[in-house]
Design a protein around this ligand. Sequence first.
Ligand code: ATP
Length: 470
Amino acid sequence: MTEQQSEYTGKATMEKITSLAKRRGFVFQSSEIYGGQNGAWDYGPLGIELKNRIASMWWKEMTQLHDDIVGLDAAILMHPRTWEASGHVENFTDPLVDCKKCKTRFRADQIPEENLKAKKCPECGGELTDTRKFNLMFRTHIGPAEDSASLIYLRPETAQGIYVNYKNIIQSNRMKIPFGIAQIGKAFRNEIVTRNFIFRTCEFEQMEMQYFVKPGTDVEWFEEWRKRRWAYYEKLGVKMDRLRWHQHGPDELAHYAKDAYDIEYLFPMGWRELEGVHNRTDYDLTRHTQFSGKDLQYIDQDNNNERYIPYIIETSAGLTRNLLMILCDAYDEELVSGDKDSGGEAGTPGQGGAAVDWRTVLRFHPSLAPVTVAVMPLMKKDGLAELARDIRCELKEDFATDYDQAGAIGRRYRRQDEAGTPFCVTVDYQTKDDGTVTLRFRDSMEQVRVHTNELAGRLRQEIKAYKRIT
Ligand code: ATP
């Protein structure tokens, strides 16, 4: 483990992130009252807000900011021939071994080589079965009969919905190569081992963009999209020393890929894939041409009606995996002096008042934070609560707001820190006199007085100019 990694994991462990996520309503275990469902998670009130914001940042980046990219929302259930054409029926497999003694199931490529050779379970030393291929696609049946004619798959990637619609989109939207189609949606994989919270799950969401280019220009576009995707994470404010590229070696390349790079993030459990950028060549469209019998060539009307099957550059990111990354990236524990925010609550452990004090803070970019501004009255009495509610009401139209009047002010600030709320507005007796409120910043914990008339403008300014300080 590198020094950087141990310093980092000391703060943000998967256990801490999982427990914070549950405590604050980001992510819950699916069907928890029945003991939980492996590989599936539910996104709570803060989680769904965060997920929606990550998705809309990506959507804006890929569609609004690119004149040549349009959106799509294709169905999860697709004609089963799609998956024969794509190669998933044949190739989308993981190698699987079971321990005959302790019954643990492993991905053969994830256990030590010597255990595999000796057929010895890494957990209990028992005998392992032979390796067999296991297809990761979920199967179900459409209609009342459960026979092979009704067999249908839950899509394991969103990409194929784009490929089968590529001609529709050219025709309906007069797209010219090069152009892209972006899509966000659910994907399902029957993963053998689901571990590390929402990192690898059976039900998850992807944000994929397929860029159609002329053969021969694919290498150039591939590099261009690598650059753009890297710049996107910079813009998102992610700690860039926790990102790196990993090029797939010949043994890692998917059946369709000519070249592939992963953007890896340094999660608490180590470097793991966050997003893939793939040169999928003309593989997919050629196969769909063969399997559907439809001509999927592009006709270049600006170039003597030249015909060709485009090459495809894919950028494929996990939305739910991005959410985990954003949580890990934002997570911080900070030693702060206790008096700053104690608000008269001296001596409450962990809540200020002591000589030193810890706080847990999620340093989300304000554009991603589930709540942008929390409004709170210093006291419930003397009309302060009503005043605070009015201010919240005015901010509501433009910002995601919260209202909190329960407990000491220091404790309320800490609750908002833990939820990643970048700004708190406190209404006190002075507000009644001169119309000013306290604006408190999550990261620096600094406080300034602002007139309520200028509050919305000031918040907008702060969001635009936001720079993370640690
Ligand atoms: P891995 O090697 O981690 O299984 P992969 O190379 O099969 O992933 P891709 O098929 O390239 O992944 O999928 C694109 C993106 O979708 C990944 O970078 C990841 O962010 C996300 N993703 C893939 N599988 C899962 C999963 N089981 N759970 C959550 N996200 C996933």
